[in-house]
Ligand binder design. Structure first.
Ligand SMILES: NC(=O)c1ccc[n+]([C@@H]2O[C@H](COP(=O)([O-])OP(=O)(O)OC[C@H]3O[C@@H](n4cnc5c(N)ncnc54)[C@H](O)[C@@H]3O)[C@@H](O)[C@H]2O)c1
Ligand SMILES: [Zn+2]
Length: 355
């Protein structure tokens, strides 16, 4: 399937197809002239897929070099960026050459940042390999790295020239990472896509079922993200819907100590908690919390957090960057498949943390 990201200043396509990784060269040849290309990846993904992609690109006439760094969020920093710049200089990469980001969200964010800043920006494409990267981070143009002060503190908005998604690469992804990505997929169903919700309802929740349906899950998810990203360019704030479950989720991540609870897991807990209170307040339909809880549990996502500490969570929440003055924009789901923004005072926000 081909999904068009119709941004007026930089339209590009997302290509989703099982097995398409071996066609990466042909795909890129339609986007770029034969030229020098650097694949940026991490050591883990490199050992699995870099050679395959490199060969395919070389077959299509590209001159290819591979830069890899140690996998993990800790390496998504300016030191790695500096090493990447050094590598690009050594390869004599110029503004008419390009970068291929091959990996999970860490690689995508870092490679996108490097590409958008090296020589004031050179062309790049995304070949996301984790579920999180395929359904979320590779689309939308947010790039960046962490600093000692904050996560994703330094970054750019930069769109790739294309995104190539091969759902079969998910077969080698760790089980926890795969399940984590389902947190965002479930969110997409809730905020925008009842058909996706039905598909998820029909699945048995096993890893095998995720892999079996990976192409459809990707297609639905990318369509939702596309809609939010493209319409946000019109500045109506719809992109905020993507934050469903994230306000409380971010607070859980922060209080747990980064890395302990994975992002998608925190989102699952956040979706259940915000729904529970919104349902009690009559802002979300009766029974929806139970449906969300059951859906998350079916896919193996945690929905309860044993270290729940209202004061700490509240503190983390009010430090959240989404806090504007004395109100927060909370995303609710008044009906399955559609979202709305509900302004909540910081004081009222405390209600949403009551277990
Ligand atoms: N830019 C955005 O809009 C956006 C959105 C969401 C998340 N993010 C960022 O994405 C990052 C998280 O992404 P992630 O969960 O993909 O983390 P990640 O890139 O660290 O990947 C997780 C692990 O899976 C491995 N891996 C990736 N693909 C694999 C495959 N096919 N087979 C085997 N192993 C594979 C990686 O080597 C790594 O060890 C965070 O840094 C987050 O800030 C960015
Ligand atoms: Zn998220």
């Amino acid at each position: 399937m081909n999904i068009k990201i119709d941004l007026p200043h930089h339209p590009y396509d997302i290509q989703i197809e099982k097995g398409c990784l071996s066609q990466a060269g042909k795909w890129l040849r339609e986007l770029w002239q034969p030229q020098k290309v650097v694949i940026i990846t991490d050591n883990h993904v490199a050992s699995l897929y870099a050679e395959k992609v490199k060969l395919s690109l070389e077959d299509a006439g590209f001159q290819v070099a591979v830069f890899d760094f140690l996998e993990g969020e800790e390496r998504k920093n300016l030191t790695t960026v500096q090493k990447a710049y050094e590598f690009l200089v050594k390869q004599d990469l110029t503004r008419s050459d390009g970068i291929v980001a091959l990996g999970g969200g860490v690689v995508g964010d870092l490679a996108g940042f490097v590409a958008s800043t090296y020589m004031r920006g050179i062309h790049f494409v995304q070949i996301p390999t984790s579920l999180t990267a395929q359904v979320d981070s590779s689309i939308g143009g947010k790039t960046g790295v962490n600093t000692p002060f904050a996560k994703n503190m330094v970054g750019t908005f930069a769109q790739p020239d294309g995104v190539l998604i091969d759902p079969t690469v998910l077969e080698t992804l760790g089980k926890r990472e795969l399940i984590e990505g389902m947190g965002e997929v479930i969110k997409y169903g809730l905020i925008e896509d009842p058909e996706l919700w039905d598909l998820l309802s029909d699945m048995d929740g096993s890893v095998e079922s995720i892999l079996e349906h990976s192409e459809s899950l990707n297609e639905h998810s990318c369509q939702v993200k596309r809609k939010m990203v493209v319409e946000d360019e019109l500045d109506n704030g719809i992109r905020l819907y993507l934050n469903f479950g994230h306000t409380i989720g971010h607070a859980i991540e922060a209080t747990a100590g980064y890395g302990r609870v994975m992002h998608g897991e925190a989102v699952a807990m956040g979706m259940v908690q915000v729904s529970k209170v919104a349902e009690q307040k009559g802002l979300m339909p009766m029974g929806i919390t139970q449906s969300i809880r059951e859906m998350c549990q079916k896919f193996g996502l945690p929905v309860d957090y044993e270290n729940w500490d209202v004061d700490k969570l509240y503190q983390a929440l009010t430090h959240d960057k989404k806090a504007r003055g004395n109100t927060m924009k909370l995303v609710l789901v008044p009906e399955l498949g559609s979202a709305t923004i509900h302004p909540v005072s910081l004081e009222e926000m405390k209600d949403y943390l009551v277990k």
